[in-house]
Design a protein around this ligand. Structure first.
Ligand code: ZN
Length: 261
């Protein structure tokens, strides 16, 4: 059984409560982005825009094996459905938003979170034992009470990724400029973006983009997925580098949820 067991839960009302959980929308309205990774306001200057970016529990972090504690935790469960997505180049990343009315949730410690969007970073933002992966995908969810939970998936170059195939096939021609958006023809089931059997490391951190809000529940899938060199190159042709540097660990708790058998 995959660690993300599908449940019979099917909630239709929560998507309406989904809010945009990152600030990476600056250019959705046509405004120029006011922060960046290598130009504009670089990460070292973000606190001047958003004071929380200098907070004590920021993300991403380096996940050192020696810091990970094995704890009993209720398993992360998902209830993802095939869904059509709209993808926008928001000036900072490619961000995919599910069509209204779909039902895509995770359950974490008994609380339900609805998928608001997913987006990608290259190279990975989180590191594992000092090393980055080629790409990191963030599935951003919100609860009815306004909490944010992110499921992060690492990718390394290898076999092509089928679930993201259409997105990367169309990136260079249709998503190269900020503000460009497309509707994907083929539905994506977010469950296909996740590894089948993976340890998950949980910790509390922040959004990795301004406003860097803390209190984000991070769920890091430790087993990397693959994408082809061509797919990674398509992303990097538009965003050569959109990863925030590693932040101070500050003795936070990393809890390991073992992979389901
Ligand atoms: Zn992100």
């Amino acid at each position: 059984m995959p660690f993300l067991a599908h449940t019979s839960l099917f909630r239709t009302g929560l998507l309406a409560a989904a809010v945009c959980a990152t600030a990476a929308l600056a250019s959705a309205s046509g405004d120029p982005p006011h922060w960046g990774y290598d130009t504009l306001a670089s990460p070292a200057q973000w606190a001047g825009i958003a004071p929380a970016c200098a907070g004590p529990q920021q993300s991403p972090i380096d996940l050192w094996s020696s810091d990970i504690k094995h704890g009993a935790r209720s398993a992360l469960e998902s209830d993802y459905q095939d869904t059509r997505f709209e993808v926008i180049n928001n000036g900072h990343t490619l961000q995919a938003t599910p069509q209204p009315g779909g039902a895509k949730t995770i359950t974490l410690d008994g609380e339900t979170f609805t998928l608001a969007q997913f987006h990608v970073h290259t190279p990975s933002e989180h590191h594992v034992d000092g090393k980055a992966h080629d790409m990191e995908l963030h599935l951003v969810h919100t609860s009815a009470s306004g909490k944010v939970a992110v499921v992060a998936v690492f990718f390394d170059v290898g076999k092509p990724n089928n679930a993201l195939g259409e997105l990367f096939d169309r990136t260079t021609a249709e998503l190269s400029q900020p503000g460009e958006r497309i509707r994907l023809y083929a539905p994506i089931n977010p469950a296909r973006l996740l590894p089948d059997h993976s340890r998950v490391v949980h910790y509390t951190g922040s959004l990795t983009t301004p406003p860097c809000t803390e209190g984000v529940l991070w769920n890091i899938e430790m087993e990397p997925q693959t994408l082809s060199r061509q797919q990674l190159d398509a992303l990097r042709s538009v965003f050569p580098h959109n990863a925030r540097p590693i932040q101070s660990f500050n003795k936070r708790t990393l809890i390991d949820e073992p992979a389901a058998p």
